[in-house]
Design a protein. Sequence first.
Length: 283
Amino acid sequence: MTETVEMIHEDGLPGHESDLEPKPDWQPRYKGSGRLTGKVALITGGDSGIGRATAALFAREGADIAVAYMCEHDDAETTMKMVQDEGRRAIRLACDLGDRDACKALVDKVIANFGRLDILVNNAGEQHPDPDIRDITEDQLKRTFQTNIFSMFHLTQAALAHLKSGAAIINCTSVTSYKGSSELLDYSSTKGAITAFTRALSGNLVEKGIRVNAVAPGPIWTPLNPMGGASPQKLEHFGKSTPMGRPGQPNEVAPAFLFLACEDASYMTGQVLHPNGGVIVGS
């Protein structure tokens, strides 16, 4: 099923996974064991990259999936089919997550279709490389913060009435939250805010029985970087500076989201997992 909350003009980011070569590895790497049976998950940025891999893995573990995305309808349709191939229900919802009203409408659509919401995955993000801080326009600065961190506030506010004890919120931060990035100043700043938001929100919601954690990926092969989110110079050596000497794949990150979403992580809140190729950072 397809629902369009709001049509958005976008500047080419994060890009279409269908156009990316080589294709990222999104396929789950093991058989499911029912860890999310009966659950409903809303995954932002679920059309491609880490979001797609997470949607596929959650579906394999028994969850129904709402895929929120910008304008990449072909990618979102592919993700929806992947979920359905796992025997689960799926909807795709086009939405500008930087808009508070659109986020509220998005959650309303999820409840109207599934009747519940158990897992909120705040994964969507955008980045724009600017080696010189003077090149970051006010519009870009506002837009990056709206997409990357304001959306998490908007969606959490909208979802909270529907999240019951045992629910999970998982935010996607980044290794740049800990080590920075000289050409992603605004992006790194939002990721630092996401890490702090995760820790603060976990304390705020712990008495409600809602766990809040985060995942901080390193360089992962998704459309975000090769389709405008990184400079050509950075792409030439993308991921090679990690101790493992390569970029990660989306299906190497999705299991971290699964762990935090299911009962395996029942004694964890306010924490961050680090699938980053071996980069040692402060926790």
